[in-house]
Design a binder for this molecule. Sequence first.
Ligand code: PNS
Length: 165
Amino acid sequence: MTRLAICPGSFDPLTVGHVDLVERAAALFDRVVVAILVNSDKSPLFTQAERVAIVREVFASVKNVDVEAFDGLLVDYADRRGAVALVRGLRSATDTDYELSMSLMNRHLKPSVDSVFLPTAASVAHVSSRLVKEVWRLGGDVRGLVPPAVEARLRAMRAMDAPAR
Ligand code: PNS
């Protein structure tokens, strides 16, 4: 039996913390689907299609990782995919509060899908998509906070002098 886990999120943008989490989940489960929430933010940095393309590129060499976009309730998507677990990272007590209530609600909705939490790598505990976006929009340097595939796209955006999305 294939034990499939889902790493859900907005991934706007994918950060080095996400990369660490997905790689560790891929070592624990037979298959991992990185599930990208559609329309999570009214002013996203990257479109849904761009986020899917970035995540595909970054995990292209990890054979048991797939990437998909999803809409609606996460537990319904997880159930359709036959997932046994939702994997989320924990950076702090604040994350724990938020993640615990989400996991309890998800379990209430679908008891067959459990949540697994992995403590973030200490070296990336300060990294979040929200802060990366803020730093980038204000002209800061995001090198080392995001994988090269994201960095390259951000550089291209800035070079085109695109209005900060
Ligand atoms: O990367 P994020 O924004 O922290 O991810 C949050 C995400 C996508 C895991 C969460 O918002 C989610 O599961 N959304 C789908 C809608 C849903 O199922 N909501 C009920 C959650 S208890």
